[in-house]
Design a protein around this ligand. Structure first.
Ligand SMILES: [Cu+2]
Ligand SMILES: [Zn+2]
Length: 202
């Protein structure tokens, strides 16, 4: 084998391995799921999916047992701790020390997902996206609490004493822990070096 074709071969191999490693780390959707339960007959299952780092998170699922034809506050709370019921999930997840807002407001808690809308039967069918929450990195919402409330979130604009902290959304009807659901790893068998890189990049 000539020197030039040997170099060419190794360059191609390096490009290929780099691409495979990059693709494994960056094109791997991360999924999470929260099962909501409470003491008031409200229950639900909510799925989260983030296709790539820095991409939006898709939120789907259903919550049933709520008031019919209503908007009900829906947030990620700080802790995935249900030891004392929904109250031990703490306040809205707020790593940047902002005031409460609506999901489309530039100033909001990271956990401010707004309201869910119920139908005639008191069931909310969720299908929306959010850019603030992430399922990756040290600000991931995986392991935190998910709460649905008895009242409507006023997005901080209601003028109530707790509008700028909780959106005056009322009692916590049901909650769950956002848990890891599934990671779709590449079918490609990774080398130990690629595994080290990927495990630190997802
Ligand atoms: Cu809440
Ligand atoms: Zn909030």
């Amino acid at each position: 084998m000539h020197a030039r074709s040997t170099i060419s071969y190794f360059v191609k191999l390096l490009v290929c391995l780099t691409f495979v490693t990059y693709a494994a780390a960056h094109n791997t959707p991360v999924k999470a799921v929260a099962v909501l339960t409470g003491t008031s007959g409200v229950s639900g299952t909510v799925y989260f999916q983030q296709d790539k780092p820095h991409s939006k998170v898709k939120i789907t699922g259903t919550i049933q047992g709520l008031t019919a034809n209503a908007k009900r506050g829906f947030h990620v709370h700080t802790f995935g701790d249900l030891s004392g019921g929904c109250n031990s999930t703490g306040t809205h997840f707020n790593p940047f020390n902002q005031t409460h807002g609506g999901p489309n407001d530039p100033v909001r808690h990271v956990g401010d997902l707004g309201n869910v809308q119920t139908d005639n039967n008191g069931t909310a069918t969720l299908n929306f996206e959010d850019w603030f929450i992430s399922l990756r990195g040290h600000l991931s919402v995986v392991g935190r609490g998910l709460v649905v409330h008895a009242g409507t979130d006023d997005f901080g604009k209601g003028g109530q004493s707790d509008s700028l902290t909780t959106g005056h959304a009322g009692a916590r009807l049901a909650c769950g822990i956002i848990g890891k659901h599934k990671i779709f790893y590449s079918a490609h068998k990774l080398t130990p070096a690629q595994i080290l890189y990927t495990a630190r990049t997802l």
